[in-house]
Design a protein around this ligand. Structure first.
Ligand SMILES: NC(=O)c1ccc[n+]([C@@H]2O[C@H](COP(=O)([O-])OP(=O)(O)OC[C@H]3O[C@@H](n4cnc5c(N)ncnc54)[C@H](O)[C@@H]3O)[C@@H](O)[C@H]2O)c1
Length: 376
């Protein structure tokens, strides 16, 4: 099978934008290989870790427009959008009606990762654009990171580390908090929340959780008590957020909710920054009305000039909970598997708006069936 793989490499970092190496974009725009499915890759971490994902797409005959790290501010990105059938997006691209309208041929969006808060699903459905993502690929990574933050905060590891480096030896003056026997509250008992629950059980905690879609069998098996959010906040020593950000969960944890927490409790957020009212959180921390906060996600990332940077008893990480080698590999593989499923005319296994599905398979001379490719 003849592949016309067009390769546009963009190397960009968050701070310094553009360093393009255009190799074939001009040819591509003039219309070579018009039959293959064109995939614009925006998701910065896609196929950076783990081997073979980009190659697998290429071997199946997709036209890849590699714009990892680019975005709507770049004219070349907007130009490429006009031509593509599918966008593989990450957490930096807002996929709303405006973006979809700028991509008249788009048939599907593949989101690297689980969070869909950057994608307007209704706008996609209204335009017949199928959306699929990779749930479950990063649940172990995020659950591990959640516990890394909790233990670091409970045992003041960052303070000790910087203290020792600067010549301090706070050998007997700072007390930590034990995790065993504590009540661990999980908001959102989904894929990540359940893995956090298993770890909390391993630490000897009692686990309570709130979730409108209660996983009965899992909760019964692991003796997790179902409570409403207010009750969870009142009884928990550790409150850990694992629900999605949607309009109704904006500032789910605000002034009122923080005031329900014990002054000895800590708040952990590895879900989305928008779930927490950061201004209220800073005030509660400064006034000692909760004991600490461990945050992987913030409302503004990075948090330039935010009061959270100087709040006491806070541990921060730069939205990195999902970044393990294993999880990045699984996420990239999940995208490739489903893009191929879709190109072969099937419904990707993690499609979120099935009503927008129309089998893609017709007229794609340039895209192989992977099974057939493998047979060659
Ligand atoms: N920090 C990171 O790098 C990172 C990585 C992956 C995911 N996330 C975030 O974690 C979230 C959870 O991921 P997941 O894979 O467990 O998703 P999931 O869909 O498996 O689970 C989410 C759970 O939250 C529940 N829920 C929804 N609204 C709720 C509410 N108001 N209160 C309580 N529960 C509610 C859902 O019913 C579901 O069971 C994602 O939406 C994403 O925003 C962050």
């Amino acid at each position: 099978m003849q592949n016309h793989i067009l390769y546009t490499e963009l190397i960009a970092t968050r701070g310094s934008r553009v360093s393009f190496i255009f190799t074939a974009l001009d040819d591509w725009m003039k219309g070579s290989n018009m039959t293959a499915m064109r995939v614009l890759i925006e998701a910065r971490p896609f196929a950076r870790f783990g081997a073979g994902h980009m190659e697998r797409l290429r071997d199946c005959g997709f036209e890849l427009i590699d714009m990892r790290g680019s975005g709507v501010e770049e004219p070349a990105f907007m130009e490429a959008l006009k031509q593509v059938d599918l966008v593989l997006s990450g957490n930096d691209l807002v996929v709303d009606g405006n973006l979809l309208d700028a991509a008249p041929n788009i048939r599907a969006v593949c989101k690297l990762g689980v969070g869909l808060d950057m994608i307007d699903i209704n706008a996609a459905t209204a335009r017949g654009v199928l959306v699929f993502h990779t749930p479950g690929a990063n649940d172990q990574a995020v659950a591990d990171h959640t516990f890394a933050l909790i233990l670091s905060l409970a045992r003041q590891i960052v303070r000790f580390h910087t203290g020792v480096l600067s010549g301090l030896w706070e050998h007997t003056t700072v007390l930590g908090m034990e995790i065993a026997q504590k009540t661990f509250g999980i908001v959102g008992l989904g894929s990540i929340g359940r893995n956090v629950a298993l770890r909390a059980k391993g630490f000897g905690c009692s686990v309570v959780a709130s979730d409108p879609y209660w996983p009965e069998a899992f909760a019964n098996e692991h003796k997790i008590e179902r409570v409403e959010l207010d009750q969870l906040l009142r009884v928990s020593d550790i409150v850990s957020l694992h629900c999605p950000f949607v309009p109704s969960s904006y500032k789910l944890i605000g002034e009122r909710e923080l005031s329900l927490m014990k002054p000895t409790a800590i708040l952990v957020n590895t879900a989305r920054g928008e779930l927490v009212d950061e201004t209220a959180l800073c005030r509660f921390l400064k006034e000692g009305r909760i004991a600490g906060a461990a945050l992987d996600v913030l409302e503004n990332e990075p948090p330039k000039g935010s009061p959270i940077l100087s709040a006491p008893n806070v541990i921060l990480s730069p939205h990195t909970a999902a970044f393990t080698l294993e999880s990045m590999d699984k996420m990239s593989k999940g995208c490739v598997d489903q893009i191929i499923e879709y190109a072969e005319g099937g419904l990707p296994r993690h499609a979120v708006n099935r009503e927008a599905f129309q089998p893609y398979g017709t007229g794609l001379a340039g895209v192989c069936m992977e099974s057939a490719c493998n047979a060659n």
